[in-house]
Ligand binder design. Structure first.
Ligand SMILES: *Cc1c(COP(=O)(O)O)cnc(C)c1O
Length: 403
């Protein structure tokens, strides 16, 4: 029993009984016996890392996203770094990055010595605004990182036109959007390079892990080398010189993923379609509940999009509720509802303000949204009762007379 039935209207924040006595997190992984068995099989095999599971996982992932190549790495951040390396980002280059994202979407540019140029977002979807990209283009722009915020694909149609016209590489940070589509095309095939994360809070997990998909052979080859210290093994040369032979031709990293993780990834991937459907079901219950709810406004969903719903985000409108996002956040947390805020716009982080001279006012739409947004619990194992608890807690907390 998680629902309490005393002190209905007194906020838990003020000493009343909470809607839930056990906390409902905003996201959570789902691991079943099949997943466990897949990992145990690898533990009993000869290959804990650099074995057959890696190529298998890449093959499965490329198939699932309709991409020609998938390159697996140790994290989503490593995937973004590898993408920047594949493009050849170097000092003097600029990369336009959506500011409404996790810091890693921009940090990868800095790893390569490039300069992230932060772009504002559309106020309804919080997705990268192509007009902003056009405004920020310069003769140094080498790439654009579009972030499929919350799980819906960006406007890749317009971004593609811009990329072809101005000859930049289009990167999709699709860490939120695996399983989504735009105009029937799968996320993973919508940009020149698409990056994914398998952190436990994402749609599918390998504990830590990431992937880049691409259709370009050279990008794939460069990333495979990059994740393994910049080492190549030319098989013909190896045959000639002896099987011990290898050469390091550029500076890479150890960004490898293990076979244990890839076995888990393959097992998780097989359940992705049903888990995305469950996320969409939960989102539609929320949509219905908030449609008539003054002062709580879900983000809008673009046409021709299948939204993968890594996050379900609403805006808290203080002018209508008489209470602000910070208050709603505190009160919901006290009710046992694990809400969160995604994200502090990246250009506002002290690192970027200090090192790149960004400041408040650079991206006004993202900054305004940041003061209003709240991410609600959404994960496949959530029951409809859990969803009802969230909605009940909103009714309780957003009623000014309960304060
Ligand atoms: C999770 C995430 C990352 C980083 O992934 P890690 O696997 O944690 O390194 C990058 N970008 C976005 C948008 C993310 O959500």
């Amino acid at each position: 029993m998680t629902r309490s039935n005393t002190g209905q209207s007194r906020l838990a924040l003020h000493g009343g009984s909470p809607i839930r006595t056990n906390n409902l997190p905003y996201g959570r992984q789902e691991i079943d016996e099949e997943d466990i068995a897949a990992v145990v099989d690898v533990l009993r095999s000869d290959w804990l890392t650099t074995g057959p599971q890696i190529a298998q996982f890449e093959y499965d992932f490329a198939s699932a996203t309709s991409a020609k190549y998938a390159v697996a790495l140790s994290s989503g951040t490593a995937a973004l770094h590898a993408a920047m390396y594949a493009i050849g980002i170097k000092p003097g280059d600029e990369v336009i990055v959506s500011t409404m994202t996790f810091a890693a979407s921009a940090n990868c540019v800095v790893y390569q010595g490039g300069k992230p140029v932060f772009a504002d977002v559309d106020s309804g979807t919080l997705l990268l605004d192509p007009d902003e990209v056009e405004r920020l283009l310069s003769d140094r722009t080498r790439a654009v990182v579009a972030v499929d915020y919350a799980g819906q694909p960006c406007d890749y149609e317009r971004l593609r036109v811009l990329a072809d016209k101005h000859r930049f590489t289009l990167v999709s940070d699709a860490c939120h959007a695996i399983g989504g589509t735009y105009r029937g095309v799968k996320v993973g095939s919508l940009a020149d390079l698409s990056t994914f994360s398998f952190h436990p809070v994402k749609h599918m997990t390998t504990a830590e892990g990431g992937m880049v998909t691409t259709n370009q052979t050279e990008f794939a080859q460069r990333m495979i080398r990059f994740r393994n210290h910049g080492i190549t093994t030319d098989h013909r040369q190896r045959d000639r010189e002896g099987s011990w032979f290898y050469e390091m031709i550029d500076l890479g990293y150890n960004y490898r993923i293990s076979d244990l993780q890839c076995a888990l990834g393959r097992s998780q991937l097989s359940k992705l379609p049903s888990s995305v459907i469950r996320r969409q079901e939960i989102a539609s219950i929320y949509d219905e509940a908030f449609a008539k709810f003054e002062g709580v406004k879900p983000l809008t969903v673009r046409d021709k999009v299948s939204h993968a719903y890594h996050l379900y985000v609403v805006k808290i409108l203080e002018a209508e509720l008489g209470i602000d996002r910070g208050q709603v956040f505190q009160a919901l947390r006290a009710e046992g509802i694990g809400v969160n805020v995604h994200y502090v716009p990246v250009h506002l982080h002290p690192f970027y303000q200090t090192k790149f001279g960004t400041s408040i006012g650079d991206c006004p739409i993202a900054e305004e949204a940041y003061a209003q947004i709240l991410s609600l619990p959404i994960f496949p194992a959530m029951s409809n009762t859990d969803v009802d608890d969230v909605v009940s807690a909103f009714h309780k907390v957003c009623d000014k007379s309960n304060w």
